[in-house]
Design a protein around this ligand. Structure first.
Ligand SMILES: [Zn+2]
Length: 346
């Protein structure tokens, strides 16, 4: 583990060249400037709640998979403890971000727990669908930013190397906490919290993507209305296979990640030798848990942090972060990953 953190681009690019299995872990900061942060509310809440978790950067006494499970345990269960933030943070956040002119602040009176839980959906699917329709319509007006493009260009570069070298093929994976679907250009993509434009049937479990606007006629225009509509069950989004009620395929409060997603993440973290932590603090969960897991498996692994602000940390605390590049990810990523020209052309 390095005792100091460097921001030397040349040294980082040398590390990048010799890395074989690169993983990027992205949080809300990747999409900053692209759209309203409301879209990433769940990630933000989890991060706030999980800052209370102990940080064991000095020692890794547990096997690596334990850190991954701890991370998800924390995400699923500590998010319940975030009701304090719900009151202090979300309420003001909603009134500030959603309650502006034009949209009437429909969602102002609700907190995250009454909109993003399985219980809320069972109690009032019409309300939850109007909330998610609002979020879908908001994101549909947005395009991937330079940070998203930099990762796509970087993956293309890795893949072209892979095809020219028959043995020891390098790999890249993006694990994102964001549900906005703006990283759709990435081939090896793990959307750990699901995706706003994927739906899951509550009957048969079928998952499929749907970017239609509106997703069903009954929701049309509700994103701009001042009052909530009562939409009949039969008019809400339905499964193409069994006509069951669809729900957004996102991880809600009180829910755990799917075992298959966990397995994919574990596979990538256990083989990787370089981690890019993007737009999320490397010292709080889930990034901290991933970092621990990687460092136990491979103590030589390089960790690079890309964030808008330097992480708050105790002077004496060894962070385990080898490189840190501070600034908007749309500026730092293209340059530091060496794909500025490609991004300019995209
Ligand atoms: Zn179905």
């Amino acid at each position: 583990m390095a005792s100091t953190t460097s921001s030397d681009i040349n040294a980082f690019q040398n590390a990048l060249k010799s890395a074989k299995h690169i993983v990027a872990l992205a949080g809300a900061g990747l999409s900053a400037g692209t759209h309203d942060l409301l879209v990433n509310l769940v990630s933000i809440l989890c991060q706030h709640a999980q800052q209370a978790l102990p940080d064991s950067t000095q020692f890794y006494p547990l096997p690596p998979f334990i850190y991954i499970y701890l991370t998800f345990f924390a995400m699923a269960h500590l998010s319940n403890a975030s009701f304090v933030y719900k009151k202090l943070y979300v309420s003001s956040y909603y009134s500030r971000r959603v309650g502006g002119a034009g949209d009437g602040g429909l969602w102002r009176k609700y907190d995250a727990m009454s909109l993003a839980t399985p219980r809320a959906f069972r109690a009032n699917p019409s309300r939850v669908w109007q909330f998610y329709h609002y979020r879908r319509e908001l994101v549909l007006t947005k395009e991937p930013n330079r940070a998203h493009k930099a990762l796509v260009a970087f993956e293309q570069k890795i893949l072209s190397q892979a095809s020219s070298q028959s043995s020891d093929t390098p790999t890249f994976a993006l694990i994102t906490q964001n549900i906005d679907g703006l990283s759709a250009g990435i081939q090896n993509l793990i959307e750990m919290h699901g995706m706003l434009f994927k739906n899951r049937c509550t009957g048969c479990g079928d998952v499929r993507e749907n970017r239609n606007s509106p997703i069903v006629p009954a929701l049309e225009g509700t994103e701009n209305e001042e009052f909530e509509r009562e939409i009949a069950l039969k008019d809400l989004p339905k499964c193409e296979k069994c006509n069951g009620l669809l729900r957004p395929h996102v991880v809600w409060f009180e829910e755990s990640l799917e075992a298959s997603v966990l397995a994919e993440i574990q596979k990538e973290l256990f083989r990787c030798d370089l981690v890019l932590i993007i737009g999320t603090s490397g010292l709080v969960y889930p990034a901290a848990g991933f970092r621990h897991a990687v460092k136990i498996q491979n103590p030589q692994a390089i960790i690079a942090n890309f964030n808008v602000e330097p992480m708050e940390r105790l002077e004496t605390l060894e962070t385990g972060i080898d490189f840190e590049f501070i600034g908007p990810c749309g500026q730092t990523l293209p340059e530091v990953l060496g794909v500025k020209a490609e991004v300019d052309r995209m």
